[in-house]
Design a protein around this ligand. Structure first.
Ligand code: PEP
Length: 254
């Protein structure tokens, strides 16, 4: 596939896999994906499995991501994990503003932007998630919602930081439901997101930022989704938990 932007495919393991299970999965992924150079590959295990997975990915073409980070550098924040703590495990990426965190932990766009700034301050790369609910889509509010999320979640980022940020368009109605956005729906949302990036930053940043699609990506729909001109990769939940399905998604995307 010939795109200026290198594809980036990340697996969001959510709250799945003990350290031992994560080790099994990463060993299998390393074996099956060792020859892949065309795509940036990222795995995002739960915090408790970062140590086990980190040791395995060090000498591989896979990169490590976390699923969240604190907006603070340290201090009396019980239960929180700072970006510097993630760096100890050679984490490179941090998923921010996933719809599950927005829904269950009440994360706002403002909090996501503070976390994005903390992530950049530690020289890690945020993967900032945005996406509309089914009600919002049905009320024709998709673009308004995306624009508000982009403005709020990316507030305060410099152009250089934006260039090192990955976006993930994840329609909430497609996450974990088996109901994937059509390739046309994905392309249209991604093109709109890029247009908003032009207004928030500039044309050249908008051209360079990678925008992943997420929401029930599977081996059977990866090729069509990834072939869209503004789709630069995938954020994969359920199908990233098995070696076969994640590997097939990657191979079908090239
Ligand atoms: C996700 O968790 O970001 C996701 C897209 O999940 P799934 O692939 O299971 O829909």
């Amino acid at each position: 596939m010939n795109k200026d932007r290198k594809l980036i495919i990340a697996g969001n393991w959510k709250m799945h896999k003990t350290a031992a299970e994560a080790l099994d999965l990463i060993v299998g992924l390393k074996r099956e994906l060792a020859a892949i150079k065309e795509v940036d590959l990222v795995v995002c295990p739960p915090f408790t499995a970062l140590g086990a997975v980190s040791a395995e990915v060090l000498d591989s073409n896979l990169r490590l991501g976390a699923q969240n980070v604190s907006e603070h550098n340290g201090g009396a924040y019980t239960g929180e994990i700072s970006a510097l703590m993630l760096k100890e495990f050679s984490v490179r990426y941090v998923i921010l503003g996933h719809s599950e965190r927005r829904q269950y932990q009440g994360e706002s766009n403002e909090l996501v932007s503070r976390k994005a700034l903390a992530t950049h301050a530690a020289a890690l790369k945020p993967i900032v998630c945005i996406g509309e609910t089914l009600d919002e889509r049905q009320a024709n509010r998709t673009e308004t919602v995306l624009e508000t999320q982009l403005k709020g979640s990316l507030a305060g980022l410099t152009k250089d930081q934006m260039e090192e940020t990955v976006l993930a368009y994840e329609p909430v109605w497609a996450i974990g439901t088996g109901q994937t956005a059509t390739a046309e729906q994905a392309q249209s949302a991604h093109a709109f997101i890029r247009k908003v990036l032009v207004s928030l930053f500039d044309e050249s940043i908008a051209k360079r930022v990678r925008i992943q699609y997420g929401g029930s990506v599977k081996p059977s729909n990866a090729r069509e989704l990834m072939s869209q001109s503004d789709v630069d990769g995938a954020l994969v939940g359920g199908a990233s938990l098995e070696v076969r399905s994640f590997t097939d998604i990657v191979k079908h995307s090239i």
